[in-house]
Design a protein around this ligand. Structure first.
Ligand code: SF4
Length: 217
């Protein structure tokens, strides 16, 4: 699924998992006339773009939402006239792992788990315990709040400096910790533990990735 038509077919076509009955093949419309007036839904575009692919962005403030400390630091930089060059990220320049208090050893993983499948211990790096924690590629500034409460980082601060493609960076990090040199076993470890690789690795960044659209498009 990579365009509006195929996504709508998967969701609204009669017999699909989410819409077992739709004999008139009703699809979302941007405008619908009702007795009370016109109802509007947001337009569902074929291609999702980043903000910077649409307008010139002055500065980025990471976070979902940005933490109060980051907002305050940005205000201080504005007031002091110490803003970095236009287009910069107003944030820290390290990774969530650098802020995380969990202990790290050499990572070797034979199996990945979904968050509901295990209760991790509260001291050891979550990635070492088989939970896909995105802290290794993610910009710091949150205080590693999620790993602190046994929840893997999902990458909402975006990539750290020098990370051109967040998902690729994460995949590379994950590939390096899988404890196998056997292609079939590696494939099985990923298929069993990471059932939605694109959604996992590019949760917040697919529109800005180097992948863009499929070759078909
Ligand atoms: Fe990094 Fe996550 Fe491990 Fe903490 S738990 S050290 S953020 S990979």
């Amino acid at each position: 699924m990579n365009d509006r038509q195929s996504i709508f077919d998967a969701v609204y076509k009669e017999g699909s998992a989410t819409t077992p009955e739709n004999p008139e093949d009703v699809r979302p419309q941007h405008e619908t006339q009702m007795p009370e007036g016109t109802l509007y839904l947001p337009v569902f575009y074929d291609t999702l773009k980043t903000l910077a692919q649409t307008v010139e962005v002055d500065y980025y403030l990471p976070g979902c939402p940005p933490e109060a400390e980051r907002i305050w630091a940005a205000i201080e930089a504005i007031v002091a006239g110490k803003l970095p060059p236009r287009g910069s990220v107003l944030g820290l320049h390290t990774t969530v792992c650098d802020e995380c208090k969990r202990t790290r050893h050499e990572k070797k993983i034979k199996k990945f788990y979904r968050t509901w499948q295990i209760i991790p211990d509260e001291e050891t790096c979550l990635l070492e315990q088989g939970l896909l924690c995105c802290g290794i590629a993610t910009r710091a500034g949150c205080g590693a709040l999620c790993p602190a409460v046994n929840s893997p980082c999902i990458g909402c601060h975006g990539g750290n400096d020098g990370v051109e493609d967040y998902g690729a960076r994460l995949q590379s990090a994950v590939a390096s910790v899988i404890d196998s040199n056997d292609a079939d076993e590696i494939e099985r470890i990923i298929a069993d533990g990471i059932p939605d690789p694109v959604g996992t690795f590019y949760r917040f960044s697919l529109a800005g990735s180097l992948l863009r659209r499929s070759k078909r498009d």
